[in-house]
Design a protein around this ligand. Structure first.
Ligand SMILES: [Zn+2]
Length: 322
């Protein structure tokens, strides 16, 4: 901006501020809202309708050990580059509802308020989207971490989606439901084993297991993307000539993992395998110019991926009328 245009810009800003400050009738005091507006974002994919359903955001404190192959200073610099405070990772949860025209398919189920006080509003947003839990025909699970499966049940163990068939990746079931595996883990991962039993044990007969690679619902293909967990699965959704890549947890916070796909956080169970899957998936999305969605992207968790230097960049979709 030249000095002259800068001055005229400042002058016009001052004039506008002056105009806004003209005396006017004061309106009645309005209370400040305590909640966000509904978090349901619809978009079209061929003949299908997609609805991103916001469940909340967890502000996860992280320390210097969070990334196996990057220092705390490097992680904090990446957060600062995204105007985020240091040592806190915002983990957003967004499930995806696919309406195929004949079936309602929900991919992952939110936290059911069992992970953080600032998350657990998926059912409110499903209601805002005009869909009753009883209308869901199929639930497809990407992997067995609690933030993806807890929404299947209430805290008291009641099924939230009473009419839905539940589909899970076979290798995920095999790993997490195996007692010998459970005995090998301590701490948080041990709790994930217990939680998987809490969710699935008494409904095991109703849970259908699929082999990653299989079509799990009309136009929804599962894709093996192992590493985050042993059976972690992504999906592609196809309708007409359009496709969407549902990356699940292959790629999480974009400011860390789209920009630095080789970084290996401690919550990837196999860091090298997970980062290889991440880089391959981002490269495919960028090369094919695919629409992508990821469970932990900022709401509405949908956009495109472009190559940028050694990493990539997320170009989010715009909020738009249908
Ligand atoms: Zn997750």
């Amino acid at each position: 901006m030249s000095a002259l245009s800068r001055r005229s810009f400042l002058t016009s800003s001052v004039l506008m501020a002056g105009a806004a400050a003209l005396p006017r009738q004061a309106s009645a005091a309005a209370p400040l809202a305590r909640t966000q507006g509904p978090g349901a974002y619809r978009t079209k994919l061929g003949d299908y309708q997609l609805t991103a359903l916001y469940d909340g955001t967890w502000y996860l404190p992280i320390d210097d050990k969070f990334m196996r192959n990057a220092s705390g200073a490097e992680v904090n610099a990446a957060l600062a580059a995204a105007f985020l405070p240091p040592r806190v990772l915002p983990v957003t949860f967004t499930a995806l509802l696919v309406n195929t025209g004949s079936r309602l398919v929900l991919i992952d189920t939110g936290t059911a308020g069992q992970i953080a006080d600032t998350a657990g509003v998926l059912l409110d947003n499903l209601k805002a989207a005009g869909v009753a839990p009883s209308a869901i025909d199929t639930i497809v699970i990407s992997h067995f971490h609690p933030d993806h499966i807890d929404g299947i049940k209430t805290k008291d163990g009641a099924k939230v989606f009473p009419n839905a068939e539940i589909l899970v990746p076979e290798p995920e079931w095999t790993f997490w439901m195996d007692d010998a595996n459970m005995g090998r883990y301590r701490g948080a991962v041990h709790k994930y084993f217990l939680n998987a039993r809490r969710i699935f044990s008494d409904i095991a007969g109703e849970v259908h297991r699929f082999k990653p690679g299989a079509e799990v619902a009309p136009g929804i293909i599962s894709l093996p993307a192992y590493g985050h967990t042993p059976g972690h699965t992504a999906f592609s959704v196809h309708s007409g000539k359009e496709s969407l890549l549902v990356m699940s947890d292959t790629v999480r916070n974009p400011y860390l993992f789209v920009r630095h796909p080789d970084w290996q956080p401690i919550f990837d169970m196999d860091g090298p395998v997970a980062s290889k899957a991440r880089r391959a998936m981002l490269a495919r999305a960028a090369a094919d110019r695919m629409l992508v969605e990821a469970y932990h992207f900022p709401f509405p968790a949908c956009g495109h991926i472009v190559k940028n230097g050694a990493g990539f960049e997320l170009e989010p979709v715009m909020w738009a009328p249908l």
